[in-house]
Write a protein that binds this ligand. Structure first.
Ligand code: NAD
Length: 272
Protein backbone atom coordinates (compact mmCIF):
# COMPACT_ATOMS: atom_id res chain seq x y z
CA UNK A 1 0.00 0.00 0.00
CA UNK A 2 1.35 3.41 -0.96
CA UNK A 3 1.77 5.92 1.83
CA UNK A 4 2.12 8.86 -0.57
CA UNK A 5 -0.75 11.35 -0.19
CA UNK A 6 -2.57 12.10 -3.46
CA UNK A 7 -1.73 15.42 -5.10
CA UNK A 8 -4.19 18.31 -5.13
CA UNK A 9 -4.67 17.94 -8.90
CA UNK A 10 -4.75 14.16 -9.20
CA UNK A 11 -6.26 13.13 -12.55
CA UNK A 12 -6.83 16.64 -13.85
CA UNK A 13 -5.58 18.09 -17.15
CA UNK A 14 -4.05 21.53 -17.66
CA UNK A 15 -2.93 23.69 -20.58
CA UNK A 16 -0.34 26.39 -19.84
CA UNK A 17 0.65 29.05 -22.38
CA UNK A 18 4.26 30.19 -22.20
CA UNK A 19 5.00 26.95 -20.37
CA UNK A 20 8.50 26.57 -21.81
CA UNK A 21 10.20 28.84 -19.29
CA UNK A 22 9.82 30.95 -16.16
CA UNK A 23 6.69 30.74 -14.05
CA UNK A 24 4.81 28.81 -16.77
CA UNK A 25 7.37 26.02 -16.68
CA UNK A 26 7.45 26.04 -12.88
CA UNK A 27 3.65 25.74 -12.73
CA UNK A 28 3.75 22.92 -15.30
CA UNK A 29 6.25 20.96 -13.20
CA UNK A 30 4.27 21.63 -10.02
CA UNK A 31 0.94 20.61 -11.58
CA UNK A 32 2.63 17.42 -12.75
CA UNK A 33 3.86 16.78 -9.21
CA UNK A 34 0.31 17.33 -7.92
CA UNK A 35 -0.96 14.55 -10.20
CA UNK A 36 -2.12 16.47 -13.29
CA UNK A 37 -1.35 15.84 -16.95
CA UNK A 38 -0.03 19.03 -18.52
CA UNK A 39 0.30 20.55 -21.99
CA UNK A 40 2.73 23.42 -22.45
CA UNK A 41 2.11 25.81 -25.35
CA UNK A 42 4.73 28.21 -26.72
CA UNK A 43 6.52 29.47 -29.77
CA UNK A 44 9.63 27.27 -29.73
CA UNK A 45 8.85 23.58 -30.34
CA UNK A 46 12.39 22.36 -29.59
CA UNK A 47 12.57 24.29 -26.31
CA UNK A 48 9.18 22.95 -25.21
CA UNK A 49 10.22 19.38 -25.99
CA UNK A 50 13.36 19.84 -23.88
CA UNK A 51 11.13 20.85 -20.95
CA UNK A 52 8.92 17.78 -21.46
CA UNK A 53 11.94 15.47 -21.64
CA UNK A 54 13.41 16.98 -18.45
CA UNK A 55 10.14 16.69 -16.53
CA UNK A 56 9.47 14.17 -13.77
CA UNK A 57 7.02 12.23 -15.99
CA UNK A 58 7.16 12.94 -19.75
CA UNK A 59 4.26 10.51 -20.29
CA UNK A 60 1.94 13.03 -18.59
CA UNK A 61 3.29 16.09 -20.39
CA UNK A 62 2.99 17.31 -23.98
CA UNK A 63 4.53 20.15 -25.95
CA UNK A 64 2.45 22.18 -28.39
CA UNK A 65 4.04 24.81 -30.62
CA UNK A 66 2.07 27.94 -31.47
CA UNK A 67 1.60 31.64 -30.93
CA UNK A 68 -1.04 32.99 -28.53
CA UNK A 69 -1.93 35.66 -31.10
CA UNK A 70 -3.19 32.93 -33.41
CA UNK A 71 -6.70 31.69 -32.57
CA UNK A 72 -6.38 28.70 -34.91
CA UNK A 73 -3.28 27.32 -33.21
CA UNK A 74 -4.93 27.74 -29.80
CA UNK A 75 -8.05 25.90 -31.03
CA UNK A 76 -5.98 23.02 -32.38
CA UNK A 77 -3.97 22.96 -29.13
CA UNK A 78 -7.18 22.43 -27.16
CA UNK A 79 -8.22 19.65 -29.57
CA UNK A 80 -4.80 17.99 -29.20
CA UNK A 81 -4.98 18.13 -25.40
CA UNK A 82 -8.44 16.57 -25.29
CA UNK A 83 -7.43 13.91 -27.84
CA UNK A 84 -4.37 12.96 -25.80
CA UNK A 85 -5.62 13.34 -22.21
CA UNK A 86 -9.42 13.08 -22.61
CA UNK A 87 -10.52 16.45 -21.19
CA UNK A 88 -9.33 19.89 -20.09
CA UNK A 89 -9.80 21.08 -16.49
CA UNK A 90 -7.49 24.07 -16.15
CA UNK A 91 -6.14 26.71 -18.49
CA UNK A 92 -3.32 29.02 -17.44
CA UNK A 93 -3.03 32.06 -19.75
CA UNK A 94 0.51 33.09 -18.94
CA UNK A 95 2.57 33.80 -22.10
CA UNK A 96 3.71 37.39 -21.95
CA UNK A 97 6.37 40.00 -22.57
CA UNK A 98 7.50 43.05 -20.58
CA UNK A 99 8.26 46.63 -21.60
CA UNK A 100 11.41 47.00 -19.47
CA UNK A 101 9.91 50.06 -17.73
CA UNK A 102 10.12 52.13 -20.93
CA UNK A 103 8.46 55.44 -20.07
CA UNK A 104 6.51 57.39 -22.65
CA UNK A 105 9.10 60.13 -22.15
CA UNK A 106 11.78 57.83 -23.62
CA UNK A 107 9.95 56.49 -26.68
CA UNK A 108 9.01 58.12 -29.96
CA UNK A 109 5.30 58.08 -30.82
CA UNK A 110 6.03 55.37 -33.40
CA UNK A 111 7.92 53.20 -30.90
CA UNK A 112 5.25 53.70 -28.25
CA UNK A 113 2.45 52.73 -30.63
CA UNK A 114 4.30 49.67 -31.93
CA UNK A 115 5.23 48.59 -28.40
CA UNK A 116 1.59 48.95 -27.33
CA UNK A 117 0.30 46.92 -30.28
CA UNK A 118 2.77 44.06 -29.80
CA UNK A 119 2.50 43.86 -26.03
CA UNK A 120 -1.30 44.10 -25.91
CA UNK A 121 -1.61 41.50 -28.68
CA UNK A 122 0.34 38.98 -26.61
CA UNK A 123 -0.48 39.92 -23.00
CA UNK A 124 -4.16 40.79 -23.38
CA UNK A 125 -5.54 39.49 -26.68
CA UNK A 126 -3.49 36.31 -26.20
CA UNK A 127 -5.18 35.71 -22.82
CA UNK A 128 -8.62 36.36 -24.28
CA UNK A 129 -8.08 34.06 -27.28
CA UNK A 130 -6.71 31.33 -24.99
CA UNK A 131 -9.85 31.31 -22.85
CA UNK A 132 -12.08 31.54 -25.90
CA UNK A 133 -10.42 28.48 -27.43
CA UNK A 134 -10.89 26.50 -24.21
CA UNK A 135 -14.18 27.55 -22.65
CA UNK A 136 -16.39 24.78 -24.04
CA UNK A 137 -14.04 22.12 -22.72
CA UNK A 138 -13.80 23.95 -19.39
CA UNK A 139 -17.60 23.98 -19.15
CA UNK A 140 -17.67 20.25 -19.91
CA UNK A 141 -15.11 19.60 -17.16
CA UNK A 142 -16.43 22.11 -14.61
CA UNK A 143 -12.96 23.55 -14.88
CA UNK A 144 -11.17 26.81 -14.25
CA UNK A 145 -8.86 29.48 -15.57
CA UNK A 146 -5.85 30.69 -13.57
CA UNK A 147 -4.31 33.78 -15.18
CA UNK A 148 -0.82 35.05 -14.51
CA UNK A 149 -1.21 38.67 -13.46
CA UNK A 150 1.39 40.93 -11.84
CA UNK A 151 2.06 43.47 -9.13
CA UNK A 152 1.68 45.76 -12.18
CA UNK A 153 -2.02 44.76 -12.28
CA UNK A 154 -2.45 46.92 -9.14
CA UNK A 155 0.57 49.17 -8.60
CA UNK A 156 2.87 51.54 -10.52
CA UNK A 157 6.55 50.88 -11.23
CA UNK A 158 6.21 47.21 -12.15
CA UNK A 159 6.74 48.25 -15.75
CA UNK A 160 6.17 51.21 -18.03
CA UNK A 161 2.70 52.48 -18.99
CA UNK A 162 2.21 49.89 -21.73
CA UNK A 163 2.91 46.87 -19.49
CA UNK A 164 0.98 48.29 -16.54
CA UNK A 165 -2.04 49.04 -18.73
CA UNK A 166 -1.90 45.52 -20.18
CA UNK A 167 -1.74 43.91 -16.74
CA UNK A 168 -4.64 46.07 -15.52
CA UNK A 169 -6.53 44.89 -18.61
CA UNK A 170 -5.79 41.25 -17.79
CA UNK A 171 -7.15 41.90 -14.30
CA UNK A 172 -10.34 43.10 -16.01
CA UNK A 173 -10.50 39.82 -17.87
CA UNK A 174 -10.49 37.90 -14.58
CA UNK A 175 -13.48 39.90 -13.34
CA UNK A 176 -15.48 39.85 -16.56
CA UNK A 177 -14.81 36.24 -17.51
CA UNK A 178 -15.54 35.04 -13.97
CA UNK A 179 -18.94 36.69 -14.42
CA UNK A 180 -19.53 35.40 -17.95
CA UNK A 181 -18.40 31.81 -17.43
CA UNK A 182 -20.10 31.20 -14.07
CA UNK A 183 -21.46 28.90 -12.77
CA UNK A 184 -19.58 26.16 -14.63
CA UNK A 185 -16.12 27.70 -14.90
CA UNK A 186 -14.13 29.54 -12.24
CA UNK A 187 -11.77 32.31 -13.35
CA UNK A 188 -9.03 33.55 -11.01
CA UNK A 189 -5.58 35.08 -11.14
CA UNK A 190 -2.21 35.10 -9.41
CA UNK A 191 -0.55 38.53 -9.28
CA UNK A 192 3.05 37.42 -9.09
CA UNK A 193 5.81 39.81 -8.12
CA UNK A 194 9.36 40.04 -9.48
CA UNK A 195 10.88 36.70 -10.50
CA UNK A 196 14.14 35.64 -12.04
CA UNK A 197 12.97 34.47 -15.50
CA UNK A 198 13.57 34.81 -19.24
CA UNK A 199 10.88 37.52 -19.51
CA UNK A 200 11.72 39.51 -22.65
CA UNK A 201 10.40 42.58 -24.46
CA UNK A 202 8.72 43.70 -27.67
CA UNK A 203 10.66 43.39 -30.91
CA UNK A 204 9.12 46.79 -31.74
CA UNK A 205 11.57 48.38 -29.30
CA UNK A 206 14.43 45.93 -29.96
CA UNK A 207 13.96 44.18 -26.62
CA UNK A 208 13.05 40.69 -27.85
CA UNK A 209 16.41 39.15 -26.91
CA UNK A 210 16.84 40.89 -23.57
CA UNK A 211 15.65 39.18 -20.39
CA UNK A 212 14.52 40.53 -17.04
CA UNK A 213 17.02 38.19 -15.38
CA UNK A 214 19.89 39.87 -17.24
CA UNK A 215 18.65 43.44 -16.83
CA UNK A 216 18.78 46.22 -14.27
CA UNK A 217 15.58 44.84 -12.81
CA UNK A 218 17.44 41.82 -11.48
CA UNK A 219 18.91 43.83 -8.62
CA UNK A 220 15.48 45.36 -7.96
CA UNK A 221 13.80 42.00 -7.66
CA UNK A 222 16.57 40.07 -5.95
CA UNK A 223 18.00 42.88 -3.83
CA UNK A 224 16.96 44.35 -0.54
CA UNK A 225 14.03 46.42 -1.86
CA UNK A 226 12.46 48.31 1.09
CA UNK A 227 9.22 48.82 -0.85
CA UNK A 228 8.56 45.08 -0.62
CA UNK A 229 7.85 43.97 2.95
CA UNK A 230 8.94 40.38 2.24
CA UNK A 231 11.96 41.56 0.28
CA UNK A 232 14.01 38.58 1.36
CA UNK A 233 11.50 36.12 -0.13
CA UNK A 234 12.66 33.96 -3.03
CA UNK A 235 12.45 35.20 -6.63
CA UNK A 236 12.68 31.66 -7.97
CA UNK A 237 9.45 31.01 -9.94
CA UNK A 238 9.16 27.61 -8.26
CA UNK A 239 8.28 29.43 -5.02
CA UNK A 240 5.29 31.17 -6.67
CA UNK A 241 3.49 28.02 -7.78
CA UNK A 242 1.43 27.26 -4.66
CA UNK A 243 -1.29 29.81 -5.46
CA UNK A 244 -1.73 28.27 -8.92
CA UNK A 245 -2.26 24.86 -7.34
CA UNK A 246 -4.80 26.16 -4.86
CA UNK A 247 -6.85 28.02 -7.50
CA UNK A 248 -6.85 25.05 -9.90
CA UNK A 249 -7.99 22.63 -7.20
CA UNK A 250 -11.73 21.93 -7.32
CA UNK A 251 -11.65 20.42 -3.86
CA UNK A 252 -9.90 23.38 -2.25
CA UNK A 253 -11.08 26.37 -4.30
CA UNK A 254 -14.43 25.22 -5.69
CA UNK A 255 -16.15 28.31 -4.27
CA UNK A 256 -13.55 30.84 -5.40
CA UNK A 257 -13.99 32.83 -8.61
CA UNK A 258 -13.06 36.36 -9.67
CA UNK A 259 -10.27 36.32 -7.08
CA UNK A 260 -6.67 37.42 -7.47
CA UNK A 261 -3.99 36.26 -5.04
CA UNK A 262 -1.23 38.85 -4.65
CA UNK A 263 1.97 36.77 -4.53
CA UNK A 264 4.23 39.81 -4.61
CA UNK A 265 5.89 39.99 -1.21
CA UNK A 266 3.22 42.30 0.20
CA UNK A 267 3.61 45.42 -1.92
CA UNK A 268 0.09 46.58 -1.00
CA UNK A 269 1.07 46.71 2.68
CA UNK A 270 3.23 49.68 1.81
CA UNK A 271 0.38 51.28 -0.13
CA UNK A 272 2.42 51.41 -3.33
P1 NAD B 1 9.34 33.96 -19.52
O1 NAD B 1 9.83 34.72 -20.71
O2 NAD B 1 10.27 32.99 -18.86
O3 NAD B 1 8.00 33.19 -19.90
C1 NAD B 1 7.08 33.68 -20.86
C2 NAD B 1 6.89 32.64 -21.92
O4 NAD B 1 5.91 33.11 -22.85
C3 NAD B 1 8.17 32.35 -22.71
O5 NAD B 1 8.38 30.95 -22.75
C4 NAD B 1 7.88 32.92 -24.09
O6 NAD B 1 8.52 32.22 -25.13
C5 NAD B 1 6.36 32.76 -24.16
N1 NAD B 1 5.75 33.66 -25.14
C6 NAD B 1 5.98 34.99 -25.30
N2 NAD B 1 5.25 35.46 -26.32
C7 NAD B 1 4.54 34.41 -26.81
C8 NAD B 1 3.60 34.27 -27.86
N3 NAD B 1 3.27 35.30 -28.65
N4 NAD B 1 3.04 33.05 -28.07
C9 NAD B 1 3.39 31.99 -27.30
N5 NAD B 1 4.29 32.06 -26.29
C10 NAD B 1 4.85 33.26 -26.05
O7 NAD B 1 8.84 35.05 -18.47
P2 NAD B 1 7.95 34.91 -17.15
O8 NAD B 1 8.46 35.94 -16.22
O9 NAD B 1 7.83 33.51 -16.70
O10 NAD B 1 6.54 35.44 -17.71
C11 NAD B 1 5.34 34.74 -17.57
C12 NAD B 1 4.25 35.69 -17.11
O11 NAD B 1 4.62 36.21 -15.82
C13 NAD B 1 4.02 36.91 -18.01
O12 NAD B 1 2.63 37.07 -18.20
C14 NAD B 1 4.59 38.05 -17.20
O13 NAD B 1 3.97 39.27 -17.50
C15 NAD B 1 4.30 37.59 -15.80
N6 NAD B 1 5.10 38.25 -14.74
C16 NAD B 1 6.44 38.10 -14.68
C17 NAD B 1 7.16 38.77 -13.67
C18 NAD B 1 8.66 38.64 -13.55
O14 NAD B 1 9.28 39.38 -12.74
N7 NAD B 1 9.31 37.73 -14.28
C19 NAD B 1 6.49 39.56 -12.73
C20 NAD B 1 5.11 39.68 -12.83
C21 NAD B 1 4.41 39.01 -13.83
Amino acid sequence: MSTTAPGWLEGSVALITGGGSGIGRAVADRYLAEGASVAIFGRDAAKLQTVVDASADPSRMMAIAGDVRDADSLASAVTDVVTRFGKLDTVVPNAGIWDFNRSLTRLSPTELGASFDELFEINVKGYLLTVQAAWKELVAANGSVVMTLSNASFHPAGGGPVYTAAKFAARGLVTQLAYELAPKVRVNGVAVGGMDTDLSGPSATGLENRTIAASFARSEITGNNPLIPLHHASVDPVDFTGSYVLLASKANAGNITGAIIPADGGIAVRGF
